[in-house]
Design a protein around this ligand. Structure first.
Ligand code: NAD
Length: 365
C-alpha cells in the first residue's frame, strides 16, 4: 500500500531522532511491501528563523494533505525570550488546532531491563503497562473568560474551566475503544467532589460506559490517581482525563518508565476502531522536548520517536502487524543489552543515536 507521511522534525534533537524513524519506516516498507512517501516541513524555532512564524502555512498544508504526521520536537534557548511575539511551542499548538486533534495518547510500558532506570522501586513497577488519554482541546487552557485585571485591592485574574457533553463523550469513547484491545478497564479521572465540570464528566463517562458492557469503568479522583500512579501503577489499564489533569498526570506517568527517551505519543482527530481497521488522522511524536543540552552530539535516544512511528502505523495507517514488528525489535534490542547514554546507568559503553536506530532496524522482521 502507499502512504504519505508529513515529517516535521523541528529543533534540537528533533531532526536526529526523526531521521531514525524514517529509516525504520523505509525498512517496514521494504519488508511488508508498502511505499512511504515523505513531505518535509519546517516547524518551531527553525520555522521562526526562516519564516517568522512557528507554523508556516506551507507546513500546515503538508500536514493536512498527509495520511499522518511524524513530529520531532520544538524549542530551544535561542527562542526562549518570554517577551517574544512568536514562540516555537506555537508550532505544536497550532498544528494540533489545525488538524483538530483532540485525543492525546501516552502509553507507559516498563521494560524489565530498564526497571532500575526508574526512581520507583522495581517490585512496584514490574509489569506496569497502561495508556493515559488526555483531552486536548477544552478545559481550563482554552475556556473564556481568561484574563487579568486591576481592582482597588490589587490584581485579579480568571481562567475558565468548561466542558461540553460532546467533548467529554468523544474522548471517553476513545478510551473505551482502545480498552477493548487491552485489559478492558477504563479509569476515568476527575475531581467530582469539588468541580461541576467533573460531575458532568463523571455522568457522561458513566453513560458512555453503558455502550461498552465488555469494558469495566471506575471513577477516580485526580489526587488519588496521582498517588496510585507511583504507588501502584500496575492497577491501571486505560486512564482518561481532561486537559489539565492529563497534562500533569502524563508527565508523572513518564517518570514511571525511567527515561524521556523511551516514550512515544499520539494525538488523534478521531476514534480509532482497530477491529474495523478504521483509520484516523493523527500526529505522532516522542514525549520529550528538543533536549538542547545534547543536541548535535549523537546522544539522543531515538526509541521514543521510533515507537511513535509504530503508533502511527497502528492508529493512522491500520498496519497493526507492522507496528508490532517495530515494538518487538525495540524490546529485543533492550533485552540484548544495547543502550543509549540516557538508559545506560553509568556504563561507559553506549550507542549513539544512529547506532541505536540501526540495531532496532536490523531486528525488524
Ligand atoms: P527535554 O525533554 O527536551 O529534556 C529533558 C531532559 O531529558 C534533558 O536532560 C534531555 O537531555 C533529556 N532527554 C530528552 N529527550 C531525550 C532523548 N531522546 N534521549 C536522551 N535524553 C533525552 O525537556 P526540556 O529540557 O525541559 O526542554 C527543552 C526544550 O524543548 C524547551 O525549549 C521546551 O520548551 C521544549 N519542549 C518541546 C516539546 C515538544 O516539542 N513537544 C516538549 C517538551 C519540551
Amino acid at each position: 500500500m502507499k502512504f504519505s507521511v508529513a515529517v516535521l522534525p523541528g529543533d534540537g534533537i528533533g531532526p536526529e531522532v526523526t531521521q531514525e524513524s524514517v529509516l525504520i519506516l523505509d525498512e517496514i516498507g521494504k519488508l511488508y511491501g508498502h511505499e512511504f512517501t515523505y513531505a518535509y516541513g519546517p516547524v518551531g524555532g527553525v520555522a521562526i528563523d526562516s519564516f517568522g512564524t512557528a507554523l508556516p502555512a506551507e507546513t500546515a498544508k503538508i500536514a493536512s494533505k498527509a495520511d499522518a504526521v511524524l513530529f520531532g520536537a520544538v524549542g530551544g534557548p535561542k527562542w526562549d525570550d518570554p517577551s517574544a511575539a512568536v514562540r516555537p511551542e506555537d508550532g505544536i499548538l497550532g498544528i494540533r488546532r489545525h488538524l483538530k486533534l483532540f485525543a492525546n495518547l501516552r502509553p507507559v510500558q516498563v521494560y524489565p531491563e530498564l526497571l532500575e532506570a526508574s526512581p520507583i522501586k522495581p517490585d512496584i513497577l514490574k509489569g506496569a503497562d497502561f495508556l493515559v488519554i488526555r483531552e486536548l482541546t477544552g478545559g481550563l487552557y482554552f475556556g473564556k473568560p481568561k484574563k487579568r485585571w486591576e481592582t482597588k485591592t490589587g490584581r485579579q485574574s480568571v481562567d475558565t474551566l468548561k466542558y461540553s457533553e460532546t467533548e467529554i463523550r468523544r474522548i471517553v469513547r476513545v478510551a473505551f475503544e482502545l480498552a477493548r484491545g487491552r485489559r478492558k478497564l477504563v479509569t476515568s479521572v476527575d475531581k467530582a467532589n469539588v468541580l461541576e465540570t467533573s460531575r458532568l464528566w463523571r455522568q457522561v463517562a458513566t453513560e458512555v460506559a453503558s455502550d461498552y458492557p465488555d469494558v469495566a469503568i471506575e471513577h477516580m479522583l485526580v489526587d488519588t490517581a496521582a498517588m496510585q500512579l507511583v504507588s501502584n501503577p500496575k492497577r491501571f489499564d486505560v486512564v482518561v482525563t481532561e486537559n489539565m489533569f492529563g497534562d500533569i498526570l502524563t508527565d508523572e506517568a513518564a517518570v514511571v518508565s525511567g527515561s524521556m527517551g523511551m516514550l512515544p505519543s499520539a494525538s488523534l482527530a478521531g476514534i480509532p476502531d482497530l477491529d474495523q481497521g478504521k483509520r484516523t488522522r493523527g500526529l505522532y511524536e516522542p514525549i520529550h522536548g528538543s533536549a538542547p543540552d545534547i543536541a548535535g552530539k549523537g546522544l539522543a535516544n531515538p526509541t521514543a520517536s521510533i515507537l511513535s512511528a509504530a503508533f502511527m502505523l497502528r492508529y493512522s495507517l491500520s498496519l497493526g502487524t507492522e507496528a508490532m514488528a517495530i515494538e518487538s525489535a525495540v524490546a529485543e534490542v533492550l533485552r540484548e543489552g544495547y543502550r543509549t547514554a540516557d538508559i545506560a546507568e553509568g556504563a561507559s559503553d553506549h550507542l549513539s543515536t544512529v547506532e541505536m536506530g540501526s540495531q532496532i532496524l536490523r531486528r525488524i522482521r
